[in-house]
Design a protein around this ligand. Structure first.
Ligand code: AMP
Length: 175
């Protein structure tokens, strides 16, 4: 593994049985607490996304926001937020999707993407893929072309990228 990716890997803590039994939670707080590792993660994501000539970066609540802010600034592109239902103050588009138990809804401001354009979506972890797929749907409904969904970590065994179909998807770390 590339030395830089190894450094990132060392800053992801594995917490068994959180938030419930059977889940191995990938905790990125050690990475956020290391300016070197956090800076490197943003640099690597920016390196990959720069050639995409993005019109917008869309970050998913809530850990995606922590990456989206510095990444949007590094790329010099407008940042938009996908949030859970009821959190965004302006008029929104909404998409509901299935969770393991029940359902959740994500929203995006109706005027977020203007004329559409080239959009990347960012989040910390790709697990089952339901959240990212809902964010892709929201962007596409507003006429945006999702050129990439970018993650710090992909939990490969959960097969989340299948939910994204043909939408390009990359993670810095495959765990
Ligand atoms: P999913 O819709 O299953 O891909 O899960 C999406 C969200 O849940 C992501 O935004 C992650 O932040 C979080 N998540 C799911 N599983 C894990 C895990 N094992 N470790 C850390 N975060 C997770």
């Amino acid at each position: 593994m590339d030395e830089r990716l190894a450094l990132l890997r060392q800053h992801v803590r594995e917490v068994p049985d959180f938030p419930k039994a059977g889940i191995l939670f990938r905790d990125i707080t050690p990475l956020l607490a290391s300016p070197r590792a956090f800076g490197l993660a943003i640099e690597l994501l920016a390196e990959r996304l720069r050639p995409q000539r993005l019109d917008h970066l869309v970050a998913i609540e809530s850990r995606g926001f922590l990456l989206g802010g510095p990444l949007a600034l590094a790329l010099g592109v407008p940042l938009q937020l996908v949030r859970k239902a009821g959190k965004l103050p302006w008029k929104t588009d909404a998409v509901s999707y299935a969770l393991e138990y029940g359902e959740s809804t994500l929203e995006l401001h109706q005027d977020a993407l203007g004329a559409g354009g080239r959009v990347a979506i960012v989040d910390d972890v790709l697990a089952t893929g339901g959240t990212a797929a809902a964010a892709v749907t929201l962007v596409q409904r507003q006429g945006g072309q999702v050129v990439e969904v970018a993650f710090l970590i992909e939990l490969v065994a959960l097969g989340g990228r299948r939910q994204l179909g043909a939408t390009p998807c990359r993670a810095l770390l495959a765990l």
